[in-house]
Design a protein around this ligand. Sequence first.
Ligand code: PLP
Length: 380
Amino acid sequence: MTIEDFRPSKKITTFYPPQRILMGPGPSDTHHRVLSAMARPTLGHLDPVFVIMMEEIKELLRYAFLTKNKMTFSVSAPGSVGMEMCFVNMIEPGDKVVVCRNGVFGPRMVENVERHGGVAVVVDDKWGEPVDPQKVEDTLKQHPDAKILAFVHAETSTGVLSDAKTLCEIARRHDCMTIVDTVTSLAGSPIKVDEWGIDAIYSGSQKCLSCPPGLSPVSFSERVTDFVKKRKVKVHSWFMDINLLLGYWGSSTRTYHHTAPTNALYALHESLVMLSEEGLEHSWARHKRNHEALKAGFETMGIQYVVDEKYRLPQLNSVFIPDGIDDKAVRARLLDEYSLEIGAGLGDFAGKVWRFGLMGTSSRVENVLTCLNALEVVLS
Ligand code: PLP
């Protein structure tokens, strides 16, 4: 064999992606300001100028999460790693964790608990329904030794919003710490970390923040950071150990931990600047307004929502596929003819449900109109 024998069999050149309208469950469209931020010169991850920007990211994330938590930063990996970081740091062998399961992402939390040596006690609710606070209360009464309550605030697989405020209040009464998944809710629906007493929270860059995928904003209360410092057993991950990450994200004398994705962090910085310019309440209101417009269009077309109006996520609209309609063929035509991506149903909802995302930059009235028009043509 020669070096030439290892060349790709066809000539591969620069990749130019088509311009899509991303109206699925995420990623959402990235704003051009965020894309241009990414194209700026790469800096070293310990460059003093970069370090100043990291501090700004922390401040802007504290605003997005409404918290004063010092340990608020962005994990250099997607939302799944943000999830795993919470569990791996907060669970010691044998710890009991109550996990709520009402869609695709609760079961992943159960997996995390078990893989990190904990014992999961599961509270099940139907797909399409929110977590039932009464069930959580009853389960915590039955398991007074439970240490953590974990739940998904915005279930992307179904389009349901659970009542995080009430669930955290119940957890506090039972002296439990909380882990809350806000991958789909951050910047799209109200989240008040300090007011609701959330201990550990993670999100994703690619949904309502309209940043490219691959980063996971997280925030930990002092209760968590104190617990992790005093753990009897070392955290079962080197990369995700927040004690070690503190040296990079948490201290004034930064030390190398890993090579942070500097350009991706410029993008997150820009998307957070845009969020602070718009204002959190205005961002929540925009997501709601565009959801109302899409809902009005669906109603005139006779398309039914999966989730009861009280619990609907504005940024993720899941609807039943009308009878006799070929799911895959419709989604393929929307993509081919309108460059419009919508989401398929997951798990129990595969083939039965479509998911229309209106997240971040994608949450705009032009997209609502384009989508309704395209759907009308494709379904006729
Ligand atoms: N949790 C929820 C609710 C999600 O919607 C997702 C992704 O869609 C994740 C976790 C995992 O995030 P990622 O795909 O960025 O790893």
